[in-house]
Design a binder for this molecule. Structure first.
Ligand SMILES: *Cc1c(COP(=O)(O)O)cnc(C)c1O
Length: 384
């Protein structure tokens, strides 16, 4: 049987796959099982920060795999401790909880906000405000957090206590906070799945202010925007704010499953023994991968991400397209249906993503300029 037939026979049909079986990759290039070459502008949805089979990443992973792959969280391991220290040092946060995915990182964030509120304001302060068009994950709690009714249908009842505010509407947010007992506010500074919509800087600042005034936990979902994607290590750093909780995953271990929830001094000790756990959380191989990722993301590297993002924006704007996003997280308003553009990109040997009605680009953060130029040429052709 072909890969496609076997897959469709035995794997639950939750993913509408493109008609491509990716067989191998190197850096920003991958090959399908017929040997066709593609420039990858997806990074496996913002995961492969250094592209496919990056040698530095692969060495960090294989060295750790040969030494110690897993111990359970009953014991200390060096990679886990070292990674937590790096994350805290580079963000000013105080403590980290490790998990395996974005949804889990957000679950932990919600638990932190609720426990803090329960201890400081009362158990009835359990509400979490998120934004319309947000995306926070697929578990029943993170689906509830996701402000898109279409994802909720047929899975109700979801976790209770989620309220939705309109992005960039400060007055609306203040009204919700005044009318409900709120534990936390969770935002993406640039909504990824929702259509690569960046929040206005005034709004992000206002969310922080509303949280401070009302002793509400200010949480930023950096699952997609984090780990260099927007040209800062974490996207909140563009906005001059300091969240109480930051969740991240996708690019953190550049292709291995790892989630992290970062907690500021204010909430550092909210979770105590027995409050939360994850069998695989902080896995040494994933942690070793993440250490190698973060150690390469210095200021010069982040500046290159910003430059490459500018290059893409300038080329597409000059070609007459409206572009949104930050750094190497880019949305493009298409003139023909995005599905047609994606198909034309595949024809041209470029893999791209969509986000709602937009074309979305999340290339490897280290994509070389010559490949980026080739990809943009082909994308502009496909956009028509
Ligand atoms: C992808 C994503 C998630 C969910 O991450 P998973 O690893 O699929 O659970 C949550 N939040 C944002 C902003 C995302 O982009």
């Amino acid at each position: 049987m072909s890969i496609k037939t076997t897959d469709e026979r035995f794997i639950a049909h939750t993913y509408k796959r493109f008609d491509i079986a990716i067989a191998a990759g190197e850096g920003s290039i991958c090959y399908d099982d017929n040997g066709k070459r593609y420039i990858d502008m997806t990074s496996g949805i913002g995961v492969n920060a250094f592209g496919y089979a990056d040698p530095v990443w692969a060495e960090a992973v294989t060295n750790q795999a040969k030494l110690l792959q897993h111990t359970s969280n009953l014991y200390y391991t060096a990679p886990c401790a070292e990674l937590a220290e790096i994350l805290c040092t580079r963000t000013g946060m105080s403590k980290v909880f490790f998990s395996n995915s974005g949804a889990e990182a957000n679950e932990c964030a919600v638990k932190v906000a609720r426990k803090y509120a329960s201890e400081h304001k009362g158990a009835e302060y359990y509400n979490i405000i998120t934004l319309n068009k947000s995306f926070h994950g697929r578990t029943l709690t993170t689906l509830a957090a996701t402000g898109q009714a279409a994802f909720h249908e047929k899975f109700t009842p979801l976790t209770e206590g989620f309220l939705y505010a309109e992005p960039n509407d400060i007055e609306g947010l203040r009204k919700l906070v005044a009318e409900h007992k709120v534990a936390g506010i969770l935002i993406e500074t640039v909504q990824g799945e929702g259509g690569v919509n960046a929040l206005s800087p005034e709004y992000v600042k206002a969310v922080e202010a509303v949280c401070k005034e009302n002793d509400i936990i200010f949480m930023v979902d950096e699952v997609q925007t984090g780990n260099g994607r927007t040209g800062k290590l974490y996207s909140y750093m563009h906005f001059g704010v300091q969240p109480d909780v930051v969740s991240t995953a996708k690019g953190l271990a550049a292709g291995l499953p790892m989630g992290a929830t970062l907690m500021s001094e204010k909430v550092a000790d909210v979770l105590s023994y027995g409050d939360h756990g994850s069998t695989f959380g902080g896995n040494p191989v994933c942690a070793a991968a993440a250490i190698s990722v973060l150690n390469r993301m210095d200021e010069a590297f982040l500046a290159e991400i910003t430059e490459k993002g500018k290059y893409i924006k300038e080329r597409l704007t000059a070609a007459g397209f409206e572009v949104s996003g930050l750094g190497l997280m880019i949305g493009i308003k298409t003139k023909k249906p995005v599905s047609e553009v994606l198909a034309a990109c595949i024809e041209n040997g470029v893999l791209c993503l969509s986000a709602k009605e937009k074309l979305r680009l999340l290339p490897p953060l280290n994509i070389p300029m010559d490949l980026l130029k080739e990809a943009v040429d082909k994308i502009i052709e496909a956009l028509g």
